[in-house]
Write a protein that binds this ligand. Structure first.
Ligand code: SF4
Length: 365
């Protein structure tokens, strides 16, 4: 499994991590546990074998950073309803199309003849709107701070082109409020965070200082190579062992103290904070971004009067998964009714989902 750029360094580092983790366990009586916030880390840790190698020494818990996994079912139900009219085109990122809503997915709506298209960028949806002036084109805008600047750029482009038939159903998420909720409301039992690389490029290192000030919780921003992740885990262990919590930036080549000012500027120009519903968690105050009033003509939630009911409870435990309260094997559907070919929940659909990662690389035969 292990394919690091420098195998000798990775091997030595893995050994150091294991030794220090075992010393932590001896000192505190429990195995150290860290949450990887980002879905890309979840997949990278599983795919590269880092998680497997550290099994029994460090408990690596998946967090709420996969945008597909945290999207509330009601948003998918709403988009299916939008797609149900003949003169509309719904555009979405690839992963979202297979995520089941209350009854069906956008993929099944497409199979039934609705015009649902996968795009690689919201800018493609703007182009589709330009090419189809007789149709309403709606883009399902999901994502964290990494994606929001490009969502904003799409609205900016549509405004420049004065498009009347483009709008966005934005359901975006912010990292800071959900981490605060996990620690203060959900009381997740962890010793530190492996902080996301991509989101931190936009937010900057300073965005996590609250973890120290409010919770004395250490965090290390990391890249996605095995050596980078192992080195971040080692630094976390050292802080835990010495009881000296800090926020460290282990991804200095791309993450700056203050983040990307240009991305933050365009985000603030087109979006403002709002309460947002998270799958399995519920509404977290000021944890999302909505399109500003000034650009409300591009807000699909205002353009289409869609009302959806509460989704039914299912056996899927994705909600617990994104809060670090369950592991994939604890879901009774895992590997039986729910597989990557026939996914029941978003954690199995998404290429960054914890169930998909576990099924592909960690599953017990
Ligand atoms: Fe949901 Fe499937 Fe994961 Fe169970 S195994 S939590 S049903 S995605």
């Amino acid at each position: 499994l292990f394919e690091p750029a420098d195998p000798a360094v990775a091997k030595e580092l893995a050994q150091k991590v294991i030794e220090l983790a075992d010393r932590c366990k001896e000192k505190f009586g429990v195995m150290p546990a860290f949450m990887e916030v980002c879905g890309s880390h979840t997949m990278a840790l599983a795919k590269t074998g880092v998680k497997l190698i550290l099994q029994g020494h460090v408990n690596l818990i998946s967090g709420p950073g996969c945008p597909v996994c945290v999207t509330d079912q009601k948003q998918i139900d709403a988009m299916i309803e939008v797609a149900e009219s003949n003169n509309r085109i719904v555009c979405t990122f690839g992963d979202m199309i297979r995520v089941p809503g209350s009854k069906r997915s956008l993929q099944s709506a497409k199979t039934e003849g609705r015009d649902v298209r996968i795009v690689y960028s919201p800018l493609d949806a703007v182009r589709i709107a330009e090419e189809n002036p007789e149709k309403e084109v709606v883009f399902l805008g999901v994502g964290f701070e990494t994606t929001v600047p490009v969502l904003a750029a799409a609205i900016q482009l549509a405004a420049q082109k004065n498009l009347k038939n483009f709008s966005m159903w934005a359901t975006t998420k912010l990292v800071q409020p959900v981490l605060r909720t996990l620690l203060s409301v959900k009381k997740v039992k962890i010793n530190g965070f492996l902080l996301p690389g991509h989101v931190s490029i936009v937010l900057g290192e300073q965005a996590y200082q609250f973890l120290i000030d409010e919770f004395r919780m250490p965090g290390v921003i990391s890249g996605f190579e095995p050596v980078e992740m192992l080195s971040a885990i080692y630094k976390l262990l050292k802080m835990v062992y010495e009881d000296r919590p800090e926020i460290l930036n282990n991804y200095k080549s791309v993450v700056r103290l203050e983040g990307n000012k240009t991305a933050q500027k365009i985000m603030n120009e087109f979006f403002q904070p709002c309460d947002e519903a998270w799958r399995g968690i519920g509404v977290i105050p000021q944890s999302g971004l909505e399109i500003r009033e000034k650009y409300s003509r591009f807000n699909a939630k205002e353009k289409f009067n869609i009302k959806v009911g509460e989704p039914k409870k299912t056996l899927c435990r994705c909600g617990d998964m994104i809060c670090g309260l369950a592991s994939p094997e604890e879901c009774v559907l895992f590997g039986k009714a729910c597989t990557p070919l026939h996914p029941i929940g978003p954690c199995m659909v998404s290429t960054e989902g914890s169930c998909a990662a576990h099924y592909s690389y960690m599953r017990k035969e």
